[in-house]
Design a protein. Structure first.
Length: 198
């Protein structure tokens, strides 16, 4: 069984989107700052990354076997028109489940059930969780092994935080640091049982 991780492109002040769902052009500018083309496994889009970002993001894509997302993201993307761009099975945690299909499972029993279903689909690969409330629920439940931050040098001043309010935890690391154009990629291990961060 692989690790469970959460990750996102986040502003220096900790937001994954700005007020009114804005700021994505700034948060994802690093997807277009290089010369190395990296296509999504489904081929629906591609990025132009620096060599460091391409190696980092390519390894993340290769390592990921399933995803857990919230219904808000699923609806915002229109269910990615039938399949997540990474081409992996995606579990949607929701109070309004739809019918499961070959690309999506809809779970309403809580974050523990969603991660367990994702792990079955992922096999030996990692399970990725989207940020916000999903990440917070999983961390509070002791389910997240690592946090992967794509830290972007911008202050959004408000919006949707990477982590919703919850318990405090210490992190171990960084396990890796990759400096690139318009982003620094960081990986940390979550330390459970450690004193709460103040």
């Amino acid at each position: 069984m692989g690790i469970v991780f959460t990750g996102a492109s986040t502003s220096i002040d900790g937001y994954i989107s700005g007020p009114g769902e804005t700021g994505f052009d700034q948060l994802f500018r690093w997807h277009t700052t290089g010369d190395v083309e990296l296509a999504a496994p489904t081929g629906v889009f591609s990025f132009k990354l620096t060599p460091g970002s391409a190696a980092y993001f390519g390894a993340q894509i290769e390592a990921t076997g399933a995803l857990v997302v919230g219904r808000k993201l699923y609806d915002l993307t229109n269910g990615w028109n039938g399949q997540h761009p990474l081409g992996v099975h995606t579990i949607v945690l929701t109070h309004r489940p739809l019918e499961d299909n070959e690309h999506f499972s809809f779970v309403s029993g809580g974050i523990e059930e969603a991660v367990a279903v994702a792990q079955k689909h992922a096999g030996d690969k990692a399970v990725g969780l989207n940020g916000g409330e999903i990440a917070r629920q999983a961390i509070d439940a002791g389910l997240v092994d690592e946090i992967w931050l794509d830290l972007v040098p911008v202050l959004l001043g408000g919006g949707t935080p990477f982590f919703a309010p919850g318990k405090g935890f210490e992190l171990e690391g960084p396990l890796s640091v990759i400096k690139s154009v318009s982003v620094t990629h960081l990986r940390y291990k979550v330390k459970y049982g450690a004193p709460k961060a103040q």
